[in-house]
Design a protein around this ligand. Structure first.
Ligand code: ADP
Length: 874
């Protein structure tokens, strides 16, 4: 090891500290990687692996990427779950004695990305800390690209379930944890099944109570945790403290822009489990995970990236508090009615840049001149936005107005100091206005004067020497020079000093020229340094306003979302729902917000809904495949959800009693990758519903029991209806689509159960879908007609009809649960069993009928019995 070159020793010392990262080691214009890192990175990034002498016998494996294009390589590594430690030269190489000092300036991990081109503009990039202890689970998460941070905690046996729901909602890119075992229950595989994330074990001491408390107090400059509402929230404190520790370790930055952590409880919001989020296609479709076709796609008419992110959050977190929902709805109404104000606001919001991320970059010390100009342009529209808002009267909009700070001092500062079109980098000058800084102005003047003196020198020297082709040029190696072609060399004056010989010209300098040149270069160097310093000061000055800018950004984001709600409500004909605490859902002419958008105007058939936790709490919906059952049930769920987000809804009228959770069990899931059968998945989703639903929940069940035999399936479905509809158990508002027509018998037997079907019209051999939901049960499945519509060949359809007739004649499918039997005493259970028996053992029965027992010897009777038993067995 003594033989190592000093640079390699420096490298290895640093690598020792950042073992879990790929170390990007800055050497000149490159980031180099060595040893194992080089082997990994060359494979992942598909770059050439070379070697470098390191003082040892073998050359060190090495690969590198140019520093100016490092971002895309870093992004690739982060995407694959690696952490990248950026090591820079931290002193000027020309001033360094011996080897240049280097240090890691930042660690980039999947959840701590801030560079705009590594981030999705309309999505947050969350990192989460999980603290598992015997008492419960603490969760804290944040987005350092915006400065948001929130925390909560869960207790008891349901804690893992709540954790998974939160993870599904937040979709963190990275999770750090002290342990992923809760009360002997390992959680890792379940987390991985919910979200594609990166899990890293983090130091246990960072989660410890005293350390975590101190970390939080230090960061937020507090003496006690009461101010954050965390005084008695030990689990939240552990997670938050550890998260702050991790962020500081990786970012090596004070993270001033994270100026608060908000405590919330999951009960504040409507709870949606991962199945429901997916089934309702809130932010992406099930099929191809695209935004198009999701609820977000319909609702997103936002004009800012901040608004788009907030909308996503609102959709993920519908409210439960009537007053808060009402205040959003009132604001939407006002903006819907006041078209003029809305149009103006849309226009103005369109001019606002991503303030949240701009201010994070400013606070981080990453913002350039263009970022400040974007900030200025955004702030310039604030007075007009404020003016419009001051003429509006609803409380939510008034509240938004109160939170929009005009930030004139920031705007004025940028306006006075920064040129309108600054360059991308802050190390080349050209950023600060002359009028802002006299010294910069006079240096610029010196440069301009010098340059114009040089420009005039050309004509002066041409005259003096009589060389018409004489010209003055500049290059980086020699600076300014006078160039004379070979044919004119005889006229070159004595005092010209030769500098360089070309094929057909000579280049000269003069002392006078050199002096002016050094004045220009000196001034240029000075000005670049000075402008940099001034820029940093201005950026820091603006950084002091971080909180105000963030508050303004949040207010603008909320305004943007409300304007977007008003816009879709107006454009798509939505109405204001009435929000109540009553347990009812009463919708007149409701429509599916997404499906109706994919159809020509007016083609979607609107339907009513009445669920009231009373006579009408459980709707059993029958009807053929393709009739529109799923669409109808999802439409009800989405209307409730939109209402609780505070948006108008696609209906003529809607009264929505607050729903605490929506559960969906829809179709066959494709979780087969996890080694579970479709039926197993279906049953575990069902178990989740039965265990967690309350009387305030809305349950959507589509085809329960399909994944198993008819008898099993029907029995389970039947028992589920009995259980859910019963107040003693759950009594939640439920929509249940089923193929088991037998279930329609339950109306009149079970309290609150009502039958509905989606009507179809027979047309000869075919059916026409009317899409209208009506009271009563469907009497036929029309499966064969639907198969025909789907394009199954005439031969198969014909044969299917024959089989159906045959089966119906044998009546194989008529084993009814007890209630049915009670209601139909004419067909007793023995008879039913006989039906079944008859069908399955027809051969044996026929053989038995033929036995002439009176004319048999005992031996023959034994043989016959033996044969019959074998027939049965086979
Ligand atoms: P089911 O669940 O009964 O098999 P779906 O709900 O999947 O049927 O509906 C099948 C198709 O019918 C949908 O893709 C949609 O295009 C159309 N559809 C459903 N409901 C309506 C409606 N109310 N108005 C117009 N078209 C509808």
């Amino acid at each position: 090891m003594e033989n190592l070159t000093p640079m390699m020793r420096q490298y290895l010392d640093l690598k020792e500290l950042y073992k879990d990262c790929i170390l990007f080691f800055r050497l000149g214009d490159f980031y180099e990687m060595f040893f194992e890192d080089a082997i990994t990175a060359s494979k992942e990034l598909e770059i050439t692996l070379t070697g470098r002498d390191c003082g040892l016998k073998e050359r060190a494996p090495m690969c590198g990427v140019p520093y100016h294009s490092a971002d895309s390589y870093i992004a690739k590594l982060i995407d694959r779950g690696y952490k990248v430690a950026i090591c820079e030269q931290i002193e000027d190489p020309s001033a360094a004695k011996g080897i240049v000092k280097r240090d890691v300036v930042r660690i980039i991990t999947p959840g701590t990305v801030i560079d705009p081109h590594l981030l999705q503009e309309k999505e947050n990039n969350y990192i989460m800390a999980i603290y598992c202890s015997k008492e419960g689970i603490g969760v804290s998460f944040g987005d350092i690209s915006t400065g948001e941070m929130r925390t909560t905690e869960f207790f008891g046996p349901k804690a893992p379930c709540s954790l998974l729901d939160e993870i599904a909602k937040i979709s963190p890119r990275e999770i750090i944890f002290n342990s992923l075992t809760y009360l002997d229950h390992p959680l890792e595989s379940e987390i991985v099944a919910v979200v594609n994330t990166n899990l890293y074990l983090f130091d246990a001491w960072a989660f410890e109570k005293d350390y975590a408390q101190k970390k939080i107090k230090d960061h937020f400059h507090l003496l006690a945790l009461d101010g954050l509402g965390l005084a008695d929230k030990e689990l939240s404190v552990a997670a938050t403290g550890a998260l702050l520790e991790y962020l500081q370790q990786t970012q090596k930055n004070s993270l001033k822009h994270i100026h608060q952590v908000r405590y919330y409880t999951i009960e504040q919001f409507m709870i949606l489990d991962k199945f429901t989020r997916r089934n309702l296609e809130l932010t992406e479709t099930i099929r191809d995970k695209s935004k198009k076709g999701s609820l977000l796609w319909v609702m997103d008419k936002t004009n800012t990236a901040m608004g788009a992110r907030m909308l996503r959050r609102w959709i993920e977190e519908p409210l439960q508090d009537v007053a808060s929902i009402q205040s959003r709805l009132d604001a939407v109404e006002e903006l819907k009615v006041n078209l003029l104000a809305r149009e103006d606001l849309k226009e103005l919001l369109g001019q606002v840049y991503d303030l949240e991320r701009l201010v994070a970059r400013i606070s981080y010390g990453n913002a350039n001149g263009r970022d400040l100009i974007s900030l200025k342009l955004s702030l310039e529209v604030l007075p007009e936005i404020r003016k419009i808002l001051s003429n509006l009267s609803t409380s939510r909009l008034k509240n938004i107005l109160d939170h929009i700070d005009p930030l004139e001092e920031v705007r004025n500062l940028i306006d006075e100091a920064i040129v309108d079109d600054p360059p991308l980098t802050i190390k080349e000058g050209g950023i600060i206005k002359d009028s802002y800084h006299p010294e910069i102005a006079s240096l610029r003047e010196a440069i301009t004067n010098g340059k114009s003196w040089i420009a005039s020198l050309e004509s002066k020297e041409r005259q003096l020497t009589g060389i018409k082709s004489l010209k003055i040029s500049y290059n980086k190696v020699f600076g300014y020079f006078i160039e004379v072609t070979k044919s004119n060399l005889s006229a070159v004056p004595q005092h010209y000093m030769r500098k360089q010989t070309l094929a057909n010209a000579e280049r000269y300098i003069t002392p006078e020229l050199k002096e002016v040149e050094s004045r220009i270069l000196g001034a240029e160097e000075k000005i670049v340094e000075l402008e940099y310093q001034v820029f940093i000061q201005i950026r820091e000055e603006i950084g002091k306003h971080t909180k105000k800018i963030q508050d303004t950004a949040t207010a603008l984001a909320a305004l943007d979302v409300l304007v977007s709600f008003a816009e879709i409500s107006d454009k798509f004909g939505y109405t204001k729902p009435v929000i109540t605490e009553k347990e009812e859902i009463h919708i007149i002419n409701g429509r599916h917000p997404v499906v109706e958008r994919t159809m020509p105007l007016g083609m979607f058939v609107a339907n009513d809904t009445l669920l009231d936790c009373n006579e009408n709490r459980f709707a059993i919906i029958t009807g053929p495949n393709m009739a529109g059952k799923s669409t109808y049930m999802r439409q009800v769920a989405l209307i409730v959800l939109m209402a609780q987000i505070g948006c108008f809804v696609p209906a003529d009228k809607a009264a929505i009693g607050i729903v605490d959770r929506i559960f969906t069990r829809v179709g066959a899931s494709d979780d087969l990758s996890q080694g579970q059968s479709t039926f197993m998945v279906e049953m575990s989703e069902l178990a989740n519903i039965l265990n967690n639903a309350t009387r305030k929940s809305l349950i959507i069940l589509d085809e329960i029991g399909r994944g198993t035999s008819t008898y099993d399936g029907l029995s389970i479905a039947w028992a589920v209806v009995e259980h859910i509809s019963n107040y003693e158990n759950i009594g939640a508002r439920t929509l249940f689509a089923t193929h088991y027509h037998e279930l329609t018998e339950l109306e009149g037997i079970l309290d609150g159960v009502k039958n509905y079907c989606i009507s179809v019209k027979e047309h000869g051999d075919d059916i026409i879908f009317l899409r209208k939901i009506i009271r009563g049960g469907a009497d036929q499945s029309y499966g064969i007609q639907v198969a025909k519509l789907a394009g199954i060949s005439e031969t198969v359809i014909h044969r299917a009809k024959q089989i159906l007739e045959d089966l119906e004649a044998h009546d194989i499918n008529r084993s009814k649960p007890t209630l049915w039997k009670k209601k139909h005493p004419e067909k007793n259970s023995q008879e039913q069993q006989l039906d079944l028996f008859t069908y399955q053992y027809e051969g044996v029965i026929n053989a038995l009928k033929k036995v002439d027992i009176m004319n048999m010897t005992p031996m023959e009777a034994m043989n016959c019995l033996y044969k019959l038993i074998n027939m049965m067995k086979n």
